[in-house]
Design a protein around this ligand. Structure first.
Ligand code: ADP
Length: 466
């Protein structure tokens, strides 16, 4: 294809075109891999302090451009400006954290049973990394992969989501301005992801794949990558339980549930998808939650008063509505929302009313499927044993949340929940310093923290006879 081909980028709140990006394909992907492959030896040999300095510079630059990046993100992805600001900070945190961690890639010496032998363990960068990122967190999902890759001494080729290439471009411009050499960090934008994904997973020069997106696509990439035993990190879907026990304050818990449920219009893999409340406090919990849901202000994220932005696409809107209508048809009670919003300017975007459903049961789609939308489905439970079984009854295993004031119960839940992340009275158990990731259908590997750097490192053993 000719590199002069471009594809359009739209604002999901208004439907307006806000820009365009180069439409890359298999050839561009191979060329970028070639550049990363050529740049790898020098970057790997450049020394941790030099790499750390460049990441630190990128961190400073990103913070200095926080406003501009946040505005671009709101225009391209739709989230309220305040949330976009928070995301830029979170994204910059990964640059800072891995700038620091770059200097802590320690090796080991191991005593040998033979007195004339020495064992030395060295950590080395895995090589060329190819990464694919989603649209819901269009800046932080990039730095969460690029920062540890560069810190470890890997070079990288990244394909962002086809709907948010402009945020990706802005991040890569920052890396360039920070002095990251040509070929070390490469961006391939594309309207059609599949051919690029296939080259990433099948080109023998690539030693690692890092992907954030749907379980379905993750499975396909994993299968492709298996043929060459490429290292793989997969950050996939979730179906987070949010459990409120009757020893917790139901009002406080309901406020927490509303705050985390409507973040990013519910379009997060750690968004609560099933809210379980113990019977004796269901009344006050639902009452507060209903007030909080109805108090959300839906609108264009550029408007400072909006707390919930648009959904991302018509497809997302249809999926959310299908789950809501299915639940109502099967007996769920609608306590708020339940429909697309089309008043005035809202008709131009993909807006869905913040929705609260009670009396949700296991036969409903919403009980089983990831929603990725502003819908809070509530299920009443009786015992700890029962709720633990219901919470774990899913193929997913990313985030989970528990509200309790009972320390023993908190520990039992922390240990019993089959999820990579457990928030105990905590709706934000994420940080650049903490390992983020899931089990089962939610994927493989961890991002952030020292574990996030491990994903980009190989272990080499030296045996020396003296
Ligand atoms: P979502 O449904 O959340 O958009 P996807 O898994 O479809 O999740 O998208 C996440 C990322 O995966 C995006 O960058 C998208 O372009 C990419 N992607 C989607 N399909 C493929 C594919 N067949 N091969 C490679 N990447 C893909």
């Amino acid at each position: 294809m000719s590199s002069s081909m471009r594809f359009a980028v739209f604002n999901p709140a208004t439907g307006e075109q806000i820009g365009s990006a180069l439409d890359g394909g298999a050839d561009e992907a191979r060329a970028a891999i070639g550049a990363a492959y050529a740049a790898f030896p020098a970057w790997a040999a450049s020394g941790a302090y030099e790499r750390a300095a460049k990441l630190y510079r990128a961190y400073e630059l990103m913070l200095s451009k926080r406003d501009e990046l946040a505005r671009l993100m709101t225009a391209e992805q739709g989230k309220p400006l305040k949330m976009a600001h928070a995301e830029v900070k979170y994204a910059a945190d990964f640059l800072l954290w891995f700038a620091e961690e770059a200097k802590r890639v320690y090796g080991e010496t191991i005593p040998s049973a033979r007195v004339d032998q020495r064992f030395l363990v060295r950590r080395e960068p895995v090589g060329v990394v190819c990464a694919i990122t989603p649209w819901n967190y269009p800046v932080s999902m990039i730095t969460r992969k690029v920062a540890p890759a560069l810190a470890a001494g890997c070079t990288i080729v990244l394909k962002p989501a086809e709907t948010t290439p402009l945020c990706a471009l802005a991040v890569f411009n920052i890396l360039e301005e920070a002095g990251v050499p040509r070929g070390v960090a490469n961006l391939v934008t594309a309207a059609n992801p599949a051919p690029v994904g296939e080259v990433f997973c099948t080109d023998p020069r690539v030693r690692k794949i890092s992907f954030t997106g749907s379980t379905e696509v993750g499975r396909k990439l994993y299968q492709w990558a298996a043929a060459q035993f490429k290292r793989v990190s997969l950050e996939l879907g979730g179906h987070a339980p949010f459990i409120v026990f009757d020893d917790a304050d139901p009002v406080h818990a309901a406020k927490g549930a509303a705050a985390v449920k409507f973040l990013n219009t519910g379009q997060a893999c750690i968004s609560p998808n099933r809210i379980f409340v113990q019977r004796s406090i269901a009344g006050p919990f639902l009452e507060t939650l209903q007030k909080r849901v109805m108090a959300q202000r839906v609108g264009n994220g550029m408007d400072e008063t909006s707390t919930v932005g648009p959904l991302f696409s018509q497809r997302a809107l249809d999926k959310v509505d299908l789950q809501v209508q299915d639940a109502i048809a099967r007996g769920a009670k609608l306590l708020a929302g339940g429909k697309r919003l089309v008043d005035g300017d809202l008709a131009r975007g993909f807006f869905y009313a913040p929705t609260l459903l009670s009396e949700v049961t296991a036969d409903m789609r919403i009980y089983r499927e990831e929603t990725f939308g502003p819908v809070a489905p509530v299920i009443v439970f009786d015992t700890e044993q029962e709720v633990l079984a219901m919470a774990n009854d899913t193929g997913y295993g990313l985030a989970s949340y528990v509200y309790t004031q009972n320390l023993s119960r908190a520990m039992r839940m922390f240990e019993g929940l089959q999820f990579g992340i457990v928030g105990i009275n905590d709706i934000n158990p994420t940080s650049a310093a903490a390992p983020f990731g899931g089990i089962k259908d939610s994927g493989l590997g961890r991002e952030g923290a020292r574990q996030g750097l491990e994903e980009y490192l190989e272990t080499k053993l030296g045996g020396f006879s003296i």
